[in-house]
Ligand binder design. Structure first.
Ligand code: ISL
Ligand code: CA
Length: 570
């Protein structure tokens, strides 16, 4: 045991399990095919039954839904499809009554082009809202290239004839970037944050917050420059704006420091070396950030999220999580996730969704998420083992990222089939198909036509079915949550990897006050013999096992495909 374990400041958000709900896909209450707040309210007892502590809701603010709510047209109103402010209050009260906290998405790198600020700003160059956004007057010539992630031409500057100027949009043309240089804009955002905190919410997940500061001289940037300074990536460049940390400090001072709320940054473009700049408590900025080093593993370089035919290397996977943990071992705090609304399903991406391995590998991944050091962000649907839907046709998709990327490749006469094959692995809609409640029509999600096709595996992969089966993925998740909550070493204990170079097994100990547990995870579809680095007598009891058998002789474990074992060490 190291003394540092004891020095870690205790916080409710370090001890919590966070459950992420994509409202559009969770439960539809009025049969329009779109999940809504009343739908979530109707499932509060289910959410409570999971044992989780915090719900993170993807954006529910008023939005024309160009990017499913990540394009906000009124920060203090609720999206019509999702319900009313009354519904929101009821949801918040319902969660709090069950001792569950609520974290909301804060989308302030950009607004919708239908937000009144932008509607005004584009009217004239001297409009009072003009400086709420970034403009490039056309008489200066074409603006220097900036990449847009969701633009059909890949260009982040859009020409607007009304004022003969271009505006900046890192995401779609309907998501103009807000100008954080403007103190009036910043004040509006801080007031808006306070509005929600005063309503009683418990924190914010901050969407692409690393992108808010721009070099407003807009220098010309070449690929060589990106290669040399930003590992070739626009995301990395966008994440290192000159005033980012000034703004984060200001957000903390003006808003966060006044309340007991948690924050987690979407850490796009941030490497482990920068982690403490964000989450060192002494710097008074944010509490947590989630990185992309894990979720980006195994994709081919320079090709749009196509999987390397050799898959990903478990050794590299272990290195990523070990490296990040090390950065926050003494100061700050980490996060762990394997999927969310921007990612394919964790089972398909990191486990094995073939029928024979579906359950074992789902449970194994759940064991990983809930035994690692750092706050787990668990994505709704993973607790029942939902998998990628793997659409064949572009028409099946609803996600602007996939649709606009397709248009772009088409314009460039690129290989559309290759792109579609890649989307089966990495497309965001894989993680957005409606939640599977039972085996009735539309999986019990809606009585209407679902906004996105429901995964046909819903006949057997659903809550109702798994409630009855005591060995289901769902029951395992509940057991695992309980175990985490009953063992302080799984929250505050130090983390140490074992047999780092083992290509199939991820094993580590978690230790607090001389109490240790050993976690062994078989990430492969083979039986693997694993020598635990402990003397035979020191393995005490098996605390959790995702399969029926535990074959062990002295300290050698025969781990079955995707087996997960947690044992107490004496
Ligand atoms: O940098 C990227 C380009 O590939 C992405 O990883 C990017 O960081 C990510 O897509 C940002 O996600 C967040 O902001 C988007 C929204 O579409 C996502 O759903 C959200 O999670 C724009 O608001
Ligand atoms: Ca609805």
């Amino acid at each position: 045991m190291s003394n540092n374990d004891l020095d870690i400041q205790k916080k409710w958000w370090k001890e919590a399990v966070i459950y992420q709900i994509y409202p559009r896909s969770f439960m539809d209450s009025n049969n329009d095919g779109i999940g809504d707040l009343k739908g979530i309210i109707s499932r509060l007892d289910y959410i409570k039954s999971l044992g989780i502590d915090i719900v993170w809701l993807n954006p529910i603010n008023k939005s024309p839904n160009d990017d499913n709510g990540y394009d906000i047209s009124d920060y203090e109103a609720i999206m019509e499809e999702f319900g009313t402010m009354q519904d929101f209050d009821e949801l918040l009260n319902g969660l709090h009554a069950r001792n569950i906290k609520l974290v909301m998405d804060l989308v302030v790198n950009h607004s919708s082009d239908e937000h009144k600020w932008f509607v005004e700003a584009r009217k004239s160059r001297d409009n009072p809202y003009r400086d709420y956004y970034h403009w490039w007057p056309a008489e200066k010539g074409k603006p220097p290239f900036r990449k847009s992630f969701f633009d059909v031409n890949g260009q982040a500057w859009e020409y607007d004839a009304v004022t003969n100027s271009y505006y900046l949009h890192y995401f779609s043309v309907k998501q103009p970037d807000l100008n954080w240089e403007n103190p009036k804009l910043r004040k509006e955002i801080y007031d808006m944050m306070k509005f929600w905190i005063r309503k009683g919410i418990d924190g914010f997940r901050m969407d692409v917050i690393t992108f808010i500061s721009k070099d407003i001289n807009f220098p010309t940037i070449t690929q060589e420059y990106l290669d040399e300074n930003y590992n070739g990536s626009w995301t990395n460049y966008y994440a290192h704006g000159p005033k980012l940390h000034k703004y984060l400090k200001e957000i903390n001072k003006e808003v966060l420091s006044k309340y007991d709320v948690m924050t987690v940054a979407e850490g796009a473009g941030i490497g482990a070396g920068d982690a403490l700049k964000f989450v060192d408590e002494d710097m008074k900025k944010l509490d947590m950030l989630y990185h992309f080093d894990g979720t980006n593993l195994g994709y081919l370089p320079n090709q749009y999220k196509h999987m390397d035919p050799n898959g990903y290397s478990l050794v590299a996977f272990k290195e990523v999580y070990t490296k990040w943990n090390k950065k926050v071992a003494k100061k700050g705090w980490g996060t762990i996730y394997l999927g969310n609304h921007d990612q394919p399903r964790m089972l398909s991406r990191w486990g094995n969704d073939a029928t024979e391995y579906r359950e074992a590998s789902s449970k194994m991944l759940t064991t990983f998420l809930l035994t690692m050091r750092g706050t787990p962000y668990y994505y709704a649907g993973d607790e029942i083992g939902m998998s990628n839907i793997r659409f064949d046709k572009i028409n099946d998709y609803r996600d602007i990222e996939t649709l606009n990327m397709y248009e772009k490749i088409k314009k460039e006469n690129g290989d559309l089939q290759y792109f579609l094959d890649g989307q089966k692995i990495s497309g965001r809609d894989n993680g957005r198909t409606p939640f599977q409640w039972d085996n009735t029509n539309n999986a019990g999600f809606t009585g209407g036509t679902p906004w996105l096709t429901i995964n046909p595996d819903c006949k057997t992969v659903n809550v109702a079915y798994e409630e009855i089966d005591p060995d289901s993925v769902l029951h395992y998740f509940r057991k695992m949550v309980k175990l985490r909550k009953s063992l302080p070493e799984l929250v505050y204990g130090s983390y140490k990897t074992i047999d780092k170079k083992n290509a199939n097994i991820y094993a580590y100990t978690r230790t607090l006050n001389d109490r240790s547990v050993l976690v062994m995870l078989n990430f492969s579809d083979q039986q693997i013999s694993f020598s635990a680095p402990v003397s035979a007598g020191s393995v005490d009891e098996v605390l959790l096992n995702n399969l029926q058998n535990c074959k062990a002789h002295k300290n050698v474990f025969q781990l079955q495909p995707y087996q997960a074992l947690i044992v107490r060490l004496l």
